[in-house]
Design a protein around this ligand. Structure first.
Ligand SMILES: [Zn+2]
Length: 269
């Protein structure tokens, strides 16, 4: 599943490749990806120019003349840039530009979503308005206050995009390891120092992963010719049975709220 660093890598790549392109036509091969009325979606996008691509959490925001196309890749969504090659299986949306190039949305699982908002309201309406701040923008003291009111485990709290956005399964495991916090700790037992450490670790992990183009593991490979290198930096995630890089004890895999979770039981309390 693409997480924030992978989505940011997709954003940069697409923005570099497509900024300034004017939309000539839109073809929905599988209309359910789009949350709007299909005809409204197509007619609204036609003729608008792509000025840039922003990101909010794991949402890609295509900034057009009057509207914003909001895309979430979910489990397996990816984009390809083509120039009128035959349609491939699992390509559900084609955005054709006046240059003749096409942006194809490909999604084997069909979980991805597309929404249209106006430039005036996209920040104040769903889905973007539901997102919490990214770790780099979240005051650790505010985060500590949030933790104190919650009796859920810290890992699902960190995965809750309405509280803190951008952390997925991989980067939560890495964040918790770096802060020596066990994923099943109840949130209100997190100390102020631990809250400060968690925000710092999350910010570091996301920045580092983004600078390396994200993480390329079996579950997600980029379609745009960019391979992430953060998999080489993972300390616990996907390392079941390997020695902890700090203490040498074997890393274990457990389930936390149904999510595969990697832990050093010696280093994480
Ligand atoms: Zn350890």
């Amino acid at each position: 599943m693409p997480e924030l660093p992978e989505v940011e890598t997709v954003r940069r790549t697409l923005e570099y490749a497509l900024s300034g392109e004017k939309i000539d036509d839109v073809i929905l091969h599988y209309a359910k990806i789009v949350h709007e009325d299909p005809q409204y979606f197509i007619e609204t996008l036609k003729g608008q120019t792509l000025h840039g691509i922003e990101r909010a959490g794991k949402y890609l925001l295509f900034i057009l003349d009057r509207h914003v196309l909001i895309v979430h890749l979910r489990m397996e969504g990816k984009f390809y840039i083509k120039s009128q090659e035959p349609l491939e299986k699992h390509e559900h949306v084609t955005i054709r530009f006046q240059s003749g190039r096409e942006l194809r949305y490909h999604d084997v699982r069909k979980f991805g979503t597309m929404d249209l908002r106006t430039l005036e309201n996209y920040l104040s309406s769903e889905p973007v308005s539901n997102l919490g701040p990214e770790p780099k923008d979240l005051d650790p003291h505010v985060f500590h206050q949030i933790c104190q009111k919650k009796s859920i485990e810290i890992k699902p709290l960190l995965l809750d995009q309405t509280i803190i956005s951008g952390l997925g399964n991989i980067y939560v495991d890495e964040t918790l390891f770096r802060s020596h916090v066990h994923p099943t700790r109840i949130a209100h037992t997190i100390t102020k120092d631990e809250a400060i450490s968690l925000i710092a670790s999350a910010t570091y992990v996301l920045n580092k992963a983004t600078s390396l183009g994200g993480t390329t593991i079996r579950s997600y490979t980029s379609s745009l010719g960019v391979s992430g290198k953060f998999q080489n930096e993972l300390m616990v995630h996907m390392r079941k049975g390997s020695p902890c890089p700090v203490c040498g004890q074997a890393i274990i895999k457990m389930k936390v709220k149904g999510r595969g979770t990697y832990v050093c039981e010696h280093c994480q309390h």
